[in-house]
Design a binder for this molecule. Structure first.
Ligand code: NDP
Length: 246
């Protein structure tokens, strides 16, 4: 029997990058996987078709994490389609950088809506359905512990908030047998952080293993945290960053 056989998962932001790798990995482990997308409809629908055509079960849902009702709809659509929810993976996230003096209140709202508020809402809606053995796994960032340099204030702030959310939720949901964890990736080669950029050389220069991670590296950890093997891990985070924070 596969590790996640008969489990039902929802992954936010599964159309590309780390989220896509997580979707593929959870499907490979036997889960039925719903995933959301905002702008990349073509990629999301192609991924859904590919998985369903090859014997897996996937459902692509258009839902913008910046819109509270979309997040709620995504959870309910998953439950209505697959008959429940066991694993929520909060992956969707955005980066807003640049000179701090050039930031605006709108920037604050945008990053906090997608990177923090949507995760709170998804958790709030999901706890109506999660049972003992359930999991809430959120993708944070190594930057929550090491901002590394200028121009990362908003992103670092948003990802640090997830540590508090993880601690608090673990306490709230532990008595129900639901585990809550945070995965903090370092540099991973995606559209958000391409391994061939100028910034990439700076980042590699600070890593113990000076190479970018892949979406599959992160998906492997998520799949472990989603599984029965990880049941004693809750309220904590695992940094997976090639030793950047070491
Ligand atoms: P990408 O920009 O490559 O992909 C982002 C994904 O999130 C896409 O599927 C995108 O969907 C989705 N998304 C973005 N905004 C929204 C939204 N408003 N509503 C719904 N979905 C949305 O990013 P990564 O794959 O690199 O990042 C994934 C997560 O990992 C993020 O939380 C990020 O902060 C975190 N992370 C990434 C690191 C890296 O080095 N790559 C390092 C540390 C953390 P669509 O295209 O359909 O809009």
């Amino acid at each position: 029997m596969k590790k996640l056989e008969s489990k039902i998962a929802l992954v936010t932001g599964g159309s590309r990058g780390i989220g896509e790798a997580i979707v593929r990995r959870l499907v490979a482990e036997g889960a039925k996987v719903a995933f959301t997308y905002a702008r990349s409809a073509g990629k999301a629908l192609a991924l859904e078709s590919e998985i369903n055509a090859s014997g897996g079960t996937a459902l692509a849902i258009a839902a913008d994490n910046a819109v509270a009702t979309d997040v709620i709809k995504a959870v309910n659509h998953t439950v209505e389609t697959f008959g429940g929810l066991d694993i929520l993976v909060n992956n969707a996230g955005i980066y807003i950088g640049g000179e701090f003096a050039g930031h605006s209140i709108e920037d604050y709202d945008q990053i906090m809506d997608v990177n923090v508020k949507a995760i709170y809402i998804a958790a709030l809606e999901s706890v109506k359905h999660l049972k003992a053995g359930g999991r809430i796994i959120t993708i944070g960032s190594n930057m929550a512990d090491n901002s590394m340099g200028p121009q990362g204030t908003l992103y670092t702030m948003s990802k640090s908030a997830l540590q508090g959310l993880t601690r608090g939720l673990a306490r709230d949901l532990g008595p129900k047998g639901i585990a809550v964890t945070l995965v903090q990736p370092g540099p991973v080669d995606t559209d958000m952080n391409p391994a061939d950029s100028q910034l990439a050389d700076f980042l590699r220069g600070r890593m113990a293993i000076p190479q970018y991670g892949t979406g599959e590296d992160i998906a492997g950890l998520v799949s472990f945290l989603a599984s029965e093997e990880s049941k004693y891990i809750t309220g904590s985070w695992i940094t997976i960053d090639g030793g950047l924070n070491a």
